[in-house]
Design a protein around this ligand. Structure first.
Ligand code: CUA
Length: 332
């Protein structure tokens, strides 16, 4: 194999390797929603167009190197400059702009009346998620997790209580800023079931990169069942360890910041923990949801997520932390 062939093979291999990053639960190039499909479509058209223009430019550069200097013609050069420097960019940008503008009405369209509405508050550095019901008892609140039925448009009402955040689930659609004092809207329509990762796409302070969440897209009956369970109050602890954890939760002031519906804990500063044991992640998408994850989170909040407002409960013994973790994990 010649040197240039070897180089081409290496470059090809590196590109293929990079393309692996286009898959996964947080990729705008693996669309699982109406909006994301349109955006991915636009991306591929732009990539194809960009590649074509690049090849033409390389061809012209090679031609300029190859051509003999005496064949240089001032009039022809001027034509190339005006054509390649003014006409072609104007036409290409006009086409791109028209195509992008034509997509906007569809991306910004509000869903039909009666569609599911979900309120999301961006808070340093987590997400409060609310499914409003007809009555306060019907309203479901959770944190850092959104569940959606597949094939239905859903409207998100986005707010912020502190600084500007940006709500983005790359696999499902575009992103929209969450601005203090205002309410913005976004419609997403998932086309595939599965689990997708969402992020905050606007720098918002120390733990900005750890402000993530999960969207779980389910079949409609499964979704309705999940929502019905979420509407219920918290169940009673099932064993002695979890009961001890419930007691510690009450006596260490956890209820001042957190709510557990059906108990005296009714704090609203931090996430609602009524069904925290059934969630995909802890700490806004940074930990799993097993006993060990609860243990790590409660005993070392700041070490796990620098800047987080929840203090670590260093003063509790290992046995007490384990009881607390067992109680929280049992809140299914
Ligand atoms: Cu919230 Cu970045």
């Amino acid at each position: 194999m010649r040197t240039w062939q070897r180089r081409c093979a290496v470059i090809g291999f590196v590109y293929c390797f990079l393309l692996i990053g286009c898959e996964g639960e947080q990729s705008a190039l693996a669309p699982a929603g109406r909006g994301a499909e349109r955006i991915a479509h636009l991306f591929w058209w732009m990539t194809a167009g960009g590649t074509l223009i690049w090849l033409i430019m390389i061809g012209l550069a090679a031609y300029a190197i190859w051509i003999r200097p005496e064949t240089h013609d001032a009039k022809r050069s001027r034509r190339w400059i005006i054509g390649g420097g003014v006409v072609v960019p104007t036409v290409v940008l006009a086409i791109l702009l028209s195509y992008g503008l034509a997509m906007l009405p569809e991306l910004l369209a509000r869903p039909p009346q009666g569609s599911l509405q979900i309120e999301v508050d961006g808070i340093q550095w987590w997400w409060r998620v609310r499914y409003p019901g007809r009555t306060p008892e019907d309203t479901v609140e959770l944190a850092n997790e959104i569940r959606l039925p597949v094939g239905e448009p859903v409207e998100f009402l986005l707010r912020s209580t502190d600084v500007v955040h940006s709500f983005w689930v790359p696999s499902l659609g575009g992103k929209v800023d969450m601005i203090p004092g205002r309410q913005t809207r976004l419609t997403l329509e998932p086309t595939k079931t599965g689990r997708f990762r969402g992020v905050c796409a606007e720098y918002c302070g120390t733990a900005h990169t750890q402000m993530t969440f999960y969207v779980v897209v389910m079949q409609k009956p499964e979704f309705e069942q999940w929502l019905a369970v979420q509407r219920r109050s918290a169940g009673e602890p099932v064993d002695a360890l979890a009961r001890r954890g419930q007691y510690l939760f009450g006596t260490n002031g956890c209820g001042a910041c957190h709510s557990v519906r059906g108990t005296s804990a009714d704090g609203t500063i931090g996430p609602d923990l009524t069904h925290v044991g059934s969630r995909v992640s802890l700490g806004a998408g940074i930990l799993g949801n097993e006993s060990d994850d609860f243990l790590r989170w409660i005993s070392d909040t700041d070490g796990t997520k620098p800047g987080v407002h929840m203090p670590a409960f260093h003063m509790l013994s290992d046995a007490e932390l384990q009881a607390l973790a067992a109680y929280l994990e049992g809140l299914k």
